[in-house]
Design a protein around this ligand. Sequence first.
Ligand code: ZN
Length: 597
Amino acid sequence: MPRFLHTRLFFYVVIAALCVGAGIAWLSDLEWHLTPIREVACGELIAVLLFAGGAYLARTRGRSPLPRACILWRVMFFALLCHLTCNLDFLNDPMLAPLPMLLTAACLCFLWALLGRLSVIICCPFFILQLAQIAGYHQYGTRINSLVIAETLEASGEEVCGYLSSGNVFLAIAIIIGGVALSWVLVRILRSQHGRLELVNAGLLFALLAGACSLTMPRERQKSYTLWPVYEAVALVHAWSEALFHNHATIRQAESLPSPAQQPSSLHTLHGGEGVVLVVHIGESVRADRMGINGYARNTTPFLSACTHLINFPNCISAACDTCQAQIAILTDARRDIYEKDPALQPHTGSVLDLFAAHGFRIGSFFGKRNAAHLKYDMVVRILTRCAVERHHAPGSPWTSIPLVAEFLRNQPPTQNTVLFINNEGSHTPFFHYDHQGGPFLPAGSSFEDPAAHARDVNNAYDNTVHYTDEFVRRITRVLQGRPWLYLYISDHGEYLGHDGIWGRAALGESKRDYHSTTGCRVGMFFLYSPEFEKAHSHFAKALRVLKSHSSMLVAHEHIFHTLLGIFDIQTPWYNPSLDLSSSTVQPYSGPHPAVN
Ligand SMILES: [Zn+2]
């Protein structure tokens, strides 16, 4: 058969396959309709003109306009192989599969035409990253996003070692071998193709077919992942630059803040030896509207619901969708996140915990099990809790920190005034920490490949994690029994389980919605206290009364720094009574927030 026929046959088969696919899709889903042609016609027209020009140029040089048909077939099959092994979303909607396949084939042709064998310098790391993304997603429920990159960049040697299990080492080796093997196959396919013009033409034709393919697809089904690998490469570069900016800017901000204890301050309620315990618990990803105490239909907070010494704040707005930024807003005098332009709303001093340490409180940080001298989960919180005399870290169940809290208290005189700083996984994705056998809301499971399709299970898993946190609080208060203690819980940010049309915090950026226009910025916040604390000082009793009177107020992270100072009556130039919820002159939060329901 002449070579030309081979080539023609190739495209007939591709076009026939596209038509059959579109036909099946059309019949199976009557809502499908042709995308308005003018939207893509311009791009298609340019591709047609370029291809015609390229074909003409090849003819004038006496060469074939396209590579040999066997090369085109191989490129197509290689594109399919790439998607099956490296594209996490490829099989989400098999009807859309031809589009990314053709686009990948076009990219491979263009890249090889430009760089030849040097293409592997780009392809090999990309394949390895994509394979790692799939492995990481299935193991830890997260994609390679700016947060993951930032945390990887700032990981301590100790933390890296924590991930070096034999399974992970084997997986890493397999991923590298997989990436190299794919690159090797690519070289084998295209090494004999020396005509760059033919490859450019082939790339244009593949792009043309991809465009034709998108014509048959309605916009609402054309998700960004159908533009893999272009979309993926852009997303990775974006995540990298965001991680670098965010990582450095946030850490620089936390590091640059002078300790509030550098200024003269005084504590008027305690003189040392009272055995008071303040618990500062920064929660993870807890939406206010998913807590039983805030009227949620399910009682996710049975312990708190039964508490008599509870001051609940159902209207609390979180400062940032990002954990580190939220931690800064909670512990320092920051009022907004790092992107805030008004300098008055940026932080001017460091962690409020420093002031407690300066007045004789012993600070312990609890992330779970003991991990030598490093607490490494994230550098910002390490900076903000550097006054801690002991630090513990565990990525596992939050409950593992409870015996450590008990031990910390046992190893010091019962009269020692203490701050317990707690920050654990809570309700963070993948909503893993709950009783998987006896959890109250079953069946539960978190499928991040398509959470909307598993909405019931994902919602159950999330509610179980809130229930688990309620039990965590109960267990901590049991450890504190008999002592004068005050427990502050405040979540760093919310979560999206289809709320505001978003699934998962990572999708917030993709949705282009402003965090504070969504319901995800309303977070859980409450104070608990023991009767002994109320009796320990008349100022405490008065402060709790005023605090309670403000519980229905619209409050925010910005109130925490000053409220803690106000309750304990710590006088410092940093104190602002208009942000102290235990002060009668407090002002409600006036920053951005969604409309009240
Ligand atoms: Zn968080």
